[in-house]
Structures are given as structure tokens and as C-alpha cells.
Design a protein around this ligand. Sequence first.
Ligand SMILES: NC(=O)c1ccc[n+]([C@@H]2O[C@H](COP(=O)([O-])OP(=O)(O)OC[C@H]3O[C@@H](n4cnc5c(N)ncnc54)[C@H](OP(=O)(O)O)[C@@H]3O)[C@@H](O)[C@H]2O)c1
Length: 183
Amino acid sequence: MSKFAFVIGGTGMLEGVCHWLSNEGYDVHVVHRDIDKFESMRSRGKHPDKLHSISVDYHDDHALQLSFRKVIKQYGKCPDLIVSWIHNSAPNALPIILKEVGPRKHPWKLIHVQGSSSFFVKENTTVPESCEYRRVYLGFSLEKERSRWLSHDEIANGVIKVIKQDFKETVIGTLKPWSKRLS
Ligand SMILES: NC(=O)c1ccc[n+]([C@@H]2O[C@H](COP(=O)([O-])OP(=O)(O)OC[C@H]3O[C@@H](n4cnc5c(N)ncnc54)[C@H](OP(=O)(O)O)[C@@H]3O)[C@@H](O)[C@H]2O)c1
């Protein structure tokens, strides 16, 4: 049975992560709402057959639960990896997903991507015992004293590096000096 992953937000800044995972042999289940955006990201992949749509609004607790349950049941095992970029407007989404995965025998990884303001909150994410939790903060880029947001490639490549090198906590870009952060 092939490795499988969920990427929440994989039609946006995490598109490069979806393509990299599919090149690495994962079946990638991509959570999004806009099916046209999904189809166009899929068409850019070398392995479109490995990219699967989960079209659901992650604010809809029940629909989210059912869609994860269906995919996990189909494989009969927990995902090897979840990469999560979820807006703060959906605080229930990640706990619902983690509950669906549940306690498992085999270790698996959660890459939790968060915005820069979360760095100072250090929220405690409760994960099942078998989950190896990795946290990624999105900072900003500073060039010649001028700051800018990170590009999609910088974000996706930063997340891929975390997966490959298994860093526990990472900032992509920088958070210093905080006064240079764009709001
Ligand atoms: N520190 C930084 O540099 C930083 C941090 C954050 C954002 N940004 C920039 O800001 C831009 C916009 O940010 P963004 O947060 O919109 O990220 P994004 O990654 O470009 O897009 C959001 C992703 O999440 C999905 N999504 C959003 N709401 C959803 C929902 N309710 N249910 C299911 N899926 C949902 C979207 O799919 P659908 O559209 O199909 O729903 C899409 O795949 C980014 O592209 C990035 O360039 C930069």
C-alpha cells in the first residue's frame, strides 16, 4: 500500500509541497474549496494521478470529519503525513482531523504551519501519542532593510526542508526585527 498524505491548503502556498510529495510516491489528498483551482494545480503536477481532491470547507466540522474518515478507511491505516495550513477562523478543524486519525500503532508526522503572530502565543496542540509533531512558523523576508512576505516557493521549499530534515520547530524567513513585519 502506498504512502499517503493530507495537505490542507495545498492549492495555495503549499502547492509545491503537494507536487514534491507526489514525486516522492505519496498519494496526496488535498483539502480545498475551489475545484477549478485544484484541477489547475493538479495539471501542473508530474503525477496528477497521485493528487486527490477533498473539496470541503474546513469550517464545516461534520463534512470535514466525514471526508477524512472516508479516506482513512479507504487505506485502512493512518496517514503517513499531514501538512496543515488552516486559518485561525477554524479552530475546530485540526482537532477534528486529529480525532479522526486517532491513536495509532505506527508513528506519523504532522507539519503544523502557522502564521508569524502564533510564534508568541506558542499554543499547545494536543496530538495523539503516535504523532510526531513539527511546527513551522511563516516569517517574512528582509532584504536591504525592506521586508516582504514570503513567496509560495519560499514557503513550499521551507516546508519540504522540514519534512526532509525532520526539524522540530522552524521559522521560514525571519521574525526579527518584529518591527519590520508587514501587517
Ligand atoms: N508569512 C508570510 O509570508 C505569509 C503568511 C500567510 C500568507 N501569506 C501570503 O498570503 C497569501 C494568502 O494567504 P492564504 O492564507 O489565503 O494562503 P494560500 O495558501 O494561498 O491559500 C489558502 C489555501 O487554503 C485553502 N482554504 C482556505 N480556506 C479554506 C476553507 N475554509 N476550507 C478549505 N480550504 C480552505 C485554499 O483553497 P480554496 O481557495 O480552494 O478554498 C488554499 O488551498 C498566500 O498565498 C501567501 O503568499 C504569506
